[in-house]
Design a protein around this ligand. Sequence first.
Ligand SMILES: [Zn+2]
Length: 132
Amino acid sequence: MLSSIRTRFSVARAAICLPHPRNYTTTIDSNAPIELKENPFAKEKIQCVLCKHGINPDYKNVQLLSQFQSPYTGRVYGRHITGLCQNRHEQVEREIIKAQNAGLMPTYHKAVEFLNDPKLFDPEKAIRPHKY
Ligand SMILES: [Zn+2]
């Protein structure tokens, strides 16, 4: 009885032609996990407008700085509206103050010649909601 089961098993094994694990000669195993160079599910890195294009705000570039200034009050738009990172926002604020002190930029309104400039963002629709 036991011997007949054994012979049947050996016949079945021979019919399927399963190689014994020790008899593998190739080093590439098709069932081995594939190693990826980069994570395909990685999130896209979010960058602000100035970082994306590698722009350094400068006090002499008044036209660029005036795009971050409100046309009604002359104040600098907040980060929740412009979407700038902390570094660039502080840089923009510093350069705007520098330009205003140098007399290149108005303080309480936007320069008239830059009023029709294309807008980098919509001040009515904040990118991040205001925390207050
Ligand atoms: Zn940035």
